[in-house]
Design a protein around this ligand. Structure first.
Ligand code: ATP
Length: 234
């Protein structure tokens, strides 16, 4: 089976995340996608506004009724006994989460790692990037304001193809697959959602309507809990 892993802060989960997952599901014939709210992000400076469990709850609400979308507790503090509480918690590295998920899969299963181009641009700074890229097949999705032509040049130096290979990617719209030794990256150029969690948090704080930026059940949850500067029960 083809299994997807989609990690994110999901603070909150929104229409862009769902569009990315849907496109990946179809393109790579995935049987299911595990949505993994990040426990402690190793790179993002500011930590999430909503707690881990609230972000997980929003992921559960947004994936409700979508059979192939599975909310995952892989980075939950309680599940990972090596984690300490509060500020002392160690960061969650994708490579560890991938290896943990792989332990639950069969040998013949293939794992796909879903990520947007904005996040992929930092891949060389991630923990053990080469190992991660070899451990699973990557699906990198387009996002307004970013270019998929940057995929090859974002790779860690040891994997970066020569400019002779990457140049054609820069001249024409990047699509298709990038296959290097032991590394496969599918480029998903059909995702075109100008939405971000930051913009949603700002809209909630400013009491602006959220329209269709996110699932109505998630919006209701945000209101009830009074997140992001909106009113509600605390
Ligand atoms: P924030 O605005 O707080 O930085 P975000 O909207 O980027 O959040 P994350 O939860 O940080 O959302 O993103 C998780 C993953 O989803 C990342 O791989 C990111 O690239 C991808 N992603 C998020 N929004 C979009 C979008 N609109 N289009 C394509 N990919 C997206």
């Amino acid at each position: 089976m083809n299994i997807g892993l989609f990690g994110g802060t999901f603070d909150p989960i929104h229409r862009g995340h769902i569009a990315l997952a849907r496109a990946a599901l179809e393109r790579c014939n995935l049987t299911r996608i595990h949505f993994v709210p990040v426990g402690m992000h190793p790179l993002k400076g500011a930590q999430p506004m909503a707690t881990y469990f609230d972000r997980y709850a929003m992921v559960a609400l947004a994936t409700q009724g979508k059979k192939a979308f599975v909310p995952s507790l892989l980075e939950a503090p309680e599940v990972d006994s090596s984690q300490k509480s509060g500020k002392e918690r160690a960061p969650n590295f994708s490579i560890d989460t991938v290896r943990k998920l792989k332990q639950t899969l069969k040998k013949i299963d293939r794992l796909f790692f879903l990520v947007g181009i904005d996040a992929f641009k930092d891949i060389a700074k991630w923990h053990e990037p080469e190992a991660l890229l070899r451990e699973c097949t990557f699906i990198v999705a387009s996002r307004p304001g970013f270019s998929l032509a940057d995929v090859a040049n974002s790779l860690p130096e040891s994997l970066r193809p020569s400019s002779a290979v990457t140049k054609p990617f820069q001249r024409q719209p990047a699509k298709g697959d990038l296959v290097l030794s032991g590394v496969t990256i599918h480029l998903l150029d059909s995702v075109n959602q100008a939405v971000s969690a930051t913009a949603i948090r700002q809209a909630v704080a400013a009491k602006r309507p959220l329209g269709k930026l996110l699932d109505s059940k998630v919006e209701e949850y945000i209101k009830k809990r009074g997140f992001y500067g909106g009113r509600g029960e605390k």
